[in-house]
Design a binder for this molecule. Structure first.
Ligand SMILES: Nc1ncnc2c1ncn2[C@@H]1O[C@H](COP(=O)(O)OP(=O)(O)OP(=O)(O)O)[C@@H](O)[C@H]1O
Length: 215
């Protein structure tokens, strides 16, 4: 479903990604590891359409993202993708339940029971009426995970999804993540420095200057 074709990206004249090509298998849970600064988050941002490549393209279901206008790209992201990014903070003026329910609402499929189920699944059952300011960093991360999965996206993009969590909670959350994507047949791309996290993926790739290589 997801294909990278000759993707290049430079910052300030310095090449971060150079003619990167890769095809992700549908329904595959992939971990991407690699040295700090090699371009893992940059790659995820390009896939998510949060940043544009200098050249090359990201194809989703055969369609180049660059061929979509803003509305169509937003619709594709909203319906087909889920995001767990450090920068995608939960919305402070919404309750936890409202935050988790938001993707369903935006997709015209409000479902409070499903949102409640996801909050329960990340260990925050009973706290749906709380506001984000009442939560720890790790708890907020769990809200972000529930929100990313609630609408059963076809593709989950996750940047260090368990970075703020203690090892036991991280393991529980990663199992949940795996269970959810496998139950819905979704693919997932997870950037991580954690070997324990990568061990839960179907395959692990290492990003180097030469591209994505199987670990
Ligand atoms: N918006 C930006 N402007 C300028 N340089 C950037 C920008 N985003 C990333 N970079 C640079 O691109 C390189 C790759 O950054 P990126 O965050 O993708 O690395 P990473 O592999 O995710 O690193 P880490 O494992 O430390 O999170 C870094 O040298 C970074 O400084």
């Amino acid at each position: 479903m997801l294909e990278l074709v000759n993707l290049s990206k430079s910052y300030g004249g310095r090449a971060v990604l150079a003619a990167l090509s890769h095809r992700f298998e549908p329904g595959e849970f992939v971990a991407i590891m690699g040295e700090s600064g090699v371009g893992k988050s940059t790659l995820l941002n390009l896939i998510a359409g949060l940043d544009a490549p200098d050249s090359g393209e990201v194809r989703v279901d055969g369609t180049p993202m660059s061929a979509l206008d803003d509305d169509a790209a937003t619709r594709l992201r909203r319906t087909r993708m889920g995001f767990i990014f450090q920068a995608f903070h939960v919305l402070p003026h919404l309750t936890l339940l409202q935050n988790v329910a938001l993707p369903l609402l935006l997709n015209g499929r409000p479902d409070a029971a499903r949102a409640t189920q996801m909050l329960d699944a990340v260990g925050l059952g009973g706290r749906g009426a709380d506001f984000p300011r009442q939560l720890s960093g790790g708890e907020l991360q769990r809200v972000a995970i529930a929100r990313a999965l609630v609408h059963r996206p076809a593709l989950l993009l996750a940047d260090e999804p368990t970075g703020n969590l203690d090892p036991d909670t991280a393991a529980g959350i990663l199992h949940l993540l795996r269970t959810e994507i496998k139950a819905s047949g979704a693919g997932a791309i997870m950037v991580t420095h954690s070997h324990a996290a990568a061990a839960l993926a179907d395959r692990t790739f290492v990003l180097t200057r030469a591209g994505l290589k199987l670990a």
